[in-house]
Design a binder for this molecule. Sequence first.
Ligand code: AMP
Length: 209
Amino acid sequence: MDSGRESVISRTMRICVFCSSSNAIEASYFREARLLGREIARRGHTLIYGGGDIGTMGALARAVKDGGGKVVGVIPAALNALPGVGYQGADEIIVTDTLRERKTIMEENADAFIALPGGLGTLEELLEIITLKQLRYHAKPIVVLNTEGYYDPLFSLLQHAVVGNFIKPETVGLVHVAVSVSDALDYIESYLPEPATLRGCFQTGVALE
Ligand code: AMP
């Protein structure tokens, strides 16, 4: 047993999910979001997400609540003020001034991240959380739940960037590509962070590399 690595197995976690605000996407994406929400609740985890009641965001949050789980929504005031956009059934709603502040709160308060299929907002959130991990600002698990192979083109692009030496091969390995909800949650629950030195606010004054 490696005493330097803390096991997170069976620990109740705060899971941040990035997902779509679109109501116009295929039903299969909503099914997967509801499945994920139910399973987050069944396993006793808390959902942290963008606070929306639209698209798979709303479906996910309602499924967590229907399953008896806890939901924390983090939403900028400007979006929350739009009719029907904010999910009012959350256990906690954190209203921020800006989109960036919202992302920071989600990032700092989550133990793990899952990206479901999504648009620009989701892609931006996912790529930022990978970038932060690559730079060792955090060492938390990141999962892409690849419903219907939605993210295959993104991973082709990342591979293209690896071939061109824009991205190190090991960086792509910082993300687990899950084929199912149980695969995603099993990975997060059994994740053992590398005892790597962290940068920024987590630890300062230590030389890296
Ligand atoms: P998108 O993938 O472009 O649909 O954006 C969804 C992601 O961006 C979510 O993970 C949210 O954090 C954020 N987001 C975008 N639009 C909204 C909205 N109307 N209400 C709340 N969050 C949103």
